[in-house]
Design a protein around this ligand. Structure first.
Ligand code: N01
Length: 548
């Protein structure tokens, strides 16, 4: 069967217009359709999958174990689907997304090759007018942004890029045709998750690889492996209980922890615990003690352990030293990698530090650092994303009274519960700013938000209400609350995309809620408390507001 999509024209009137057909958009279609809403998702790509559609660079895979990073809404689906590896690769994740789209017949409500350009709320009708790059205008009661967290690639404006005679690539928008680096001199800019996954594989192929590093990062071994059938069967026997248990963890995925402070144990016990966590590998190295993310002194013990590991792996001491991060472990997202540090022992790999002497310009033959030209046949930009708010602000959105989202968010994104910005009635964000999103098993967070919205708008419809708005005071209180929690952690002590500080000029606001179980409990309280912080009303098609 072919997955090639066709552009079909959208119905002019919809209950719900959705932006994006990644995991969030797909589950929205499935859920809202079952509740009797007419829906349509507008997707710029040619297929479903979102992140896993666009990010096709070598080595791309998920950093949460596959048995957890998957939909939970269908027991049949989770029983039938077979993951092959502990951490699924991008092709396998895309295959899964396609399977879900086919299994639940989602494609008939997705319009591919279509980018939503603008959306305007009408105070008079209480509806959104949505315009696409295909020249269509759609009227929708609800406008839902399933735009993803990391879907607006950041390509810094390097002078001279147009003049480069070789090929260049961005990890977040990788080309679909296979890329062969054999025999080529490759440069990669960045050492975030994307780069650290790609570097070992590009190094194996390329004649030479130069890694242009601005900020060294923490890379924890993945210890990826083929999943053993008996281990999978053991989880599948109790999948619902397994899922329920995972939701009790701070980030809604499971990990092993000593449950102790790193400072309350003896040095020998601490070393043993770090060694065990290193041997297990993965993101939750930072969870081995309960205060690594909240206490700088405790965090320093993890940094010390990490540095010793790094020195033991990388043979050249100067390179090892240059690869050492100088900020709290976990402050930027930890990277889960395979053979990343080992790759710097290869004779064809070189590290070039661009922190003190940035890349000044790109030339026809390569790029210039510290006055020296590095000749390259290909450049890989692994320079990340304008995260969380970026994909939303790429759409020209106007809410009540014509206020632009870009103006509302000029000092940083504010969004009640990460679900609805005040002043933008009937507009919802999935895993939006101020929700656990990036600091959670995002598949679970997606389901949580979609279920909440489905209940909210179904309840409103049952009461004849068609305008839902979040309250300005509730939104501001939420913003303060999210920041207070972050301030009690190490997360605000470095520059990271969580804070928006990877994008020049972007306001520095911590945009993720830390603590999935607390967030889930609050969402439940709000639902039971008659959707506290939201205001419901009705607009007749003639335009009069009738209820509050
Ligand atoms: O992006 P990043 P990413 N000159 O922003 C550097 C998820 N993800 O695509 O740190 C030189 O982390 C920049 O330097 P600095 C995951 O959540 C997950 O790698 O700003 N360098 C940095 O090193 C991850 O956190 C997986 O100083 C420049 C790099 O580019 C998130 O996506 C895999 C520069 C960007 O790193 C983003 O990861 C991949 C410049 N002008 C991604 N501008 C999994 O494992 C930027 N940089 C699931």
């Amino acid at each position: 069967m072919t997955h090639a999509a066709q552009v079909t024209s959208a119905p002019r009137e919809l209950d719900v217009a959705i932006v994006g057909a990644g995991f969030a958009g797909m589950y929205l279609i499935h859920t809202l359709r079952k509740r009797g809403f007419s829906v349509r998702a507008f997707e710029a790509g040619s297929d479903v999958g979102g992140t896993w559609y666009w990010n096709r660079y070598p080595g791309c895979r998920v950093d949460i174990v596959s048995m957890e990073y998957s939909y939970q809404f269908s027991e049949d689906l989770q029983q039938d689907w077979e993951w092959s590896e502990k951490y699924a690769t991008q092709p396998e994740l895309l295959k899964y997304a396609r399977h879900v789209a086919d299994r639940f017949d989602l494609r008939r409500d997705i319009q591919f090759h279509t980018r939503v350009q603008s959306a305007t709320y009408s105070d008079k009708s209480g509806r959104w007018s949505v315009e696409t790059d295909q020249g269509e205008r759609i009227s929708a009661q609800y406008f839902i942004l399933a735009t993803g967290i990391l879907s607006a690639p950041n390509l810094p404006p390097f002078e001279g890029l147009d003049s480069f005679e070789g090929d260049f690539y961005h990890t977040g928008k990788w080309r679909h045709a296979a890329v062969d680096f054999s025999g080529r001199r490759v440069g990669i800019i960045g050492t975030g998750s994307s780069a650290c996954q790609a570097i070992p594989l590009i190094a194996e192929q390329a004649a030479s690889l130069t890694v242009f590093q601005r900020t060294a990062n923490y890379v924890i071994p993945a210890h990826n492996e083929t999943l053993r059938p008996e281990a999978v069967a053991a989880i599948k026997r109790v999948y619902p209980e397994f899922r329920a248990n995972n939701k009790k963890y701070p980030f809604a995925f499971s990990f092993e922890s000593t449950g102790k402070s790193a400072l309350e144990v003896s040095p020998a016990e601490r070393e043993q615990a770090f060694e065990a966590a290193w041997a297990r590998g993965g993101l939750m190295f930072m969870g081995v003690f309960n205060d690594l993310l909240t206490n700088h002194e405790a965090n320093a013990t993890a940094q010390d352990f990490f540095r010793r590991k790094l020195l033991a792996i990388v043979r050249d001491e100067a390179t090892a030293t240059a690869l050492m991060p100088d900020f709290a472990l976990g402050c930027k997202r930890l990277i889960v990698g395979t053979d990343f540090y080992e790759t710097f022992n290869r004779p064809n790999v070189r590290l070039c530090n661009v922190k003190d002497t940035p890349i000044t310009r790109i030339t026809p033959k390569g790029l210039i650092v510290d006055g020296k030209e590095h000749e390259l046949d290909a450049i890989v930009f692994a320079t990340g994303f304008d995260a969380i708010s970026g994909p939303i602000l790429n759409i020209d959105i106007h809410g009540k009274g014509g206020v632009a989202m870009r103006d509302k968010w000029q000092n940083g994104p504010s969004c009640y519960l990460g679900l609805m910005p005040a002043g933008f009635p009937n507009l919802f964000t999935i895993t939006g700013p101020g929700s656990p999103s990036v600091l959670s098993n995002v598949l679970k967070s997606i389901e949580q938000h979609v279920d909440f919205i489905a209940d909210c708008i179904s309840g409103a419809r049952a009461q004849g209400l068609n305008v839902i708005e979040s309250n300005e005071d509730a939104e501001q209180a939420w913003l303060v609350h999210v920041d207070e929690i972050a301030s009690r952690s190490v997360f605000k002590s470095c520059n990271s995309w969580y804070l928006g500080s990877n994008i020049p000029g972007k306001p520095r606001v911590f945009t993720a809620y830390i603590g999935w179980p607390q967030y889930a409990a609050e969402l439940e309280n709000i639902r039971e408390d008659n959707y506290r912080g939201f205001h419901f009303g009705a607009v007749e098609r003639s335009g009069s507001v009738t209820a509050g």
